[in-house]
Design a protein around this ligand. Structure first.
Ligand code: SF4
Length: 92
């Protein structure tokens, strides 16, 4: 049996069209999800290391437990480069 190494980063994403705003995800992954005043999830867009097993497992619980299938774990193999953020044609 080999050792599983988790490399890269992930971001938990929400599809606001599917979300029903009952906030179940904030109970399943309180370290990743906070709710706004209407119950919609607020999730940081900062990538989280896959090696953070606790955070990754919480994200998986939330993704699986979302009754509307509105959550998705996006895996990022290359963290965002530092420097100006490009949006469309311009640079911010
Ligand atoms: S569990 Fe799913 S549907 Fe419910 S608030 Fe969270 S993202 Fe929205």
């Amino acid at each position: 049996m080999g050792v599983i190494r988790r490399t890269g980063m992930f971001v938990l994403q929400v599809n606001p069209i599917l979300c029903d705003s009952f906030g179940h995800c904030a109970e399943l992954a309180p370290e990743l999800v906070h709710l706004d005043e209407w119950g919609y999830p607020i999730i940081s867009s900062e990538p989280v290391p896959m090696a953070d097993i606790g955070a990754y497992e919480s994200a998986r619980y939330a993704e699986r437990g979302c009754p509307r299938k509105a959550l998705h774990i996006a895996k990022i193999n290359h963290p965002r480069p530092e420097g100006p953020v490009s949006r469309g044609r311009g640079t911010v």
